[in-house]
Design a protein around this ligand. Sequence first.
Ligand SMILES: [Fe+2]
Ligand SMILES: [Fe+2]
Length: 266
Amino acid sequence: MSNAFVMRSLDEIRFWSRIMKEHSLFLKLGFRCEDTQLIAEANQFYAVFEEIERRSHAFTVTADPELIKRFNTEVHNAASHIWAFKRKVLGLVLSCQLPGANNFPLLIDHTSREAFYFRNRLEELNTGRLEPLPDAIIDENVFFLRIMADHAKFIGHLLDPSERQLVEQARNFSNDFDQLLFQARDLESMRPQSQTVPLLDQFLDQNRVSVKSLRDFKKTAKDLIEACRIKSIIHPLLADHVFREAERFLFIIDMFENNLVRESSG
Ligand SMILES: [Fe+2]
Ligand SMILES: [Fe+2]
């Protein structure tokens, strides 16, 4: 049990601290040269999460669970702070105090939702209050489907407008994922009656198909951007970042699928 706790904690922290570190970089790149205070804050967060990431890799699965519990609390605190920073930046952009800055409000909001998710995961782990499987399946899918829909929108808007075919493909993905998100919300409002094994299983299957094809599209975009074969203002690391988040969603879908099969047969 405690071994699973350590493993689960380290897995979440290794994945999400790298993500938080990269968000700091993306936010920094979107600020204007004169926003030196915001740039300094972003740099600080980069250093904080880089250090957390390093420490998470230094621990092993045999680490003392009490030590990991304290580490989780510390990381939870850092995630809360970066969340607050992102919300502050969102407020500045939405009140037009950073004219000409280059981070979309939806992107800032998106990264703050990811920080909140990370913070929440750590809280769940430390308090041991994990949602029942059928609730977790719906909630995680609602969260990640929206994240995927946002990614498609960001890609579509950061590609050069002259990349007409790719922009069109990104728009199609955005529509697909908006649809899937509505479906997920319908399933959510129909619970608990909607939480039957066949419905949840089909829900996971359907989402998996779309996430796989979005993941492949992101991979293609990432390769093209890295080889400088397409026109865009997408940082290669951002392309890789959204690709990794799709992989994470697939990993979670597969984990749910396995647990669902196990619970229904056991
Ligand atoms: Fe992200
Ligand atoms: Fe994301």
